[in-house]
Design a protein around this ligand. Structure first.
Ligand SMILES: C[S@@+](CC[C@H](N)C(=O)[O-])C[C@H]1O[C@@H](n2cnc3c(N)ncnc32)[C@H](O)[C@@H]1O
Length: 385
């Protein structure tokens, strides 16, 4: 792994944030000139006030034994069973996805063993993005074994801030928020509001408020009543929690289909830049117009509307610890990318769908990153690859 990438990973691990470019350059020089090594960098970060403050916030988090939640599915076969019944839940998702007469994008947050991502990727065309924080679920290994190139995997513990950053730059036809919102430290309502805002539809399953301490954050379930009415909720089915003692196991969890009834927008070019509305004035964001037949994107700043390319931009993928396709795959995709007259190959301009990278917005200003080699060195310099 490159030094810059290692520095970046240590910042994300210990300080839960990106390093500034100055920090990245500074520690890169320190390590290159052998003034410190990577182990010493981790000590520096762990001794910082920022780390100590974060530890306080996280100190009451309890680590739990990992049980297989969902069936592990490889090439269409179940190779080991999870403790949670998932087929009925998948049936509802499948029925709904059938309504689309076009490729779809699905974000599966807290994908666990990836059951829903794999089934959707077998049954539909589009892009299926699994997000899972726990590498013990072996999801990367399952992705490699399934070798299904319409799947992306972000191996990342998302917090509310990460989700808000994602919302500002991406849109998904569907978000699967199945038994995940109650894992967040932030208010459940803020998490579900953010998930609905980055999607057109959201499947939402949440524990029963009577569940006991076998269920994560059970003490918050009774107090944090959710307002789902604004999403025109449809109750799809109820399923046993399957967790804890015999009483807790039998308690039913409801699965809802929620609809984003508000406008769907992209609010800034990439994380860290100004929002369109702050830079160019009101109503200058990018609007997404979608239905079951088509999805187009409308640039209010330029008189342009064009089909949306399903996938996520390479910068967002790498910043959120995209591990599948692997880094080597990404280098191959860059080498094989078809692009004439490249003017700006910044990673925010490259849409990744698993088997290809598409360059967008190549008619704008000439950017210093305008060749494949410059892109690779930019990704290395910024610690992304
Ligand atoms: C209860 S399982 C739900 C699995 C699946 N969504 C389902 O309903 O069948 C929750 C999964 O989310 C993962 N997880 C929890 N918090 C997360 C977070 N903030 N970001 C990403 N993954 C998370 C856990 O590691 C676990 O695998």
């Amino acid at each position: 792994m490159s030094i810059r990438k290692s520095i970046r990973e240590q910042y994300l691990k210990f300080l839960d944030r990106e390093p500034t470019l100055d920090d990245l350059d500074f520690y890169f020089q320190e390590i290159k000139n052998k003034k410190i090594n990577l182990e010493q960098l981790s000590l520096i970060l762990k001794n910082s006030n920022e780390f100590v403050k974060l530890q306080k916030v996280n100190s009451d988090k309890i680590s739990r034994k990992i049980d297989t939640y969902n069936d592990v599915r490889i090439k269409g076969q179940t190779i080991s069973s999870g403790y949670r019944e998932s087929e009925d839940r998948y049936e509802e998702i499948f029925k709904f996805c059938k309504k689309f007469n076009r490729p779809i994008s699905v974000l599966d947050l807290g994908a666990a063993e990836g059951y829903f991502t794999f089934r959707l990727s077998e049954d539909f065309s589009g892009v299926f993005i699994a997000v899972e924080s726990d590498s013990q679920r072996n999801l990367l290994d399952s992705c490699k074994k399934n070798n299904n190139r319409n799947i992306l995997l972000l191996e990342k513990q998302m917090n509310l801030k990460n989700l808000k950053n994602l919302k500002e730059v991406q849109h998904f036809d569907i978000v699967l928020a199945l038994n995940i919102v109650h894992h967040f430290d932030e208010p459940f309502q803020d998490v579900i509001d953010t998930l609905v805002s980055m999607s057109s539809f959201c499947f939402f399953e949440h524990p029963n408020s009577l569940e006991n301490s076998a269920t994560k954050n059970s003490h918050r379930l009774k107090n944090e009543k959710l307002n789902l009415e604004k999403f025109e909720p449809q109750l799809l089915n109820k399923n046993e929690s399957g967790l804890g003692d015999s009483t807790n196991k039998k308690l039913q969890r409801s699965m809802w289909l929620l609809k984003n009834t508000k406008s769907k927008t992209i609010d800034r070019p990439w994380r860290g830049t100004q929002k369109y509305n702050d830079e160019f004035g009101p109503d200058t964001q990018i609007d997404i117009k979608s239905n079951f037949d088509e999805i187009v994107i409308d640039y209010s700043l330029r008189d342009e509307s064009r089909p949306w390319i399903q996938g996520i931009d390479l910068r967002t993928f790498l910043e959120n610890n995209g591990v599948y396709p692997t880094n080597d795959d990404i280098l191959n995709l860059i080498d094989n990318m078809k692009v004439d007259n490249a003017r700006d190959l910044g990673p925010h301009n490259l849409i990744l769908n698993g088997h290809e990278l598409f360059a967008i917005d190549q008619n704008d200003k000439l950017d210093p990153v305008n060749t494949k080699e410059k892109l690779k060195s930019f990704l290395e310099q910024s610690g992304l690859l």
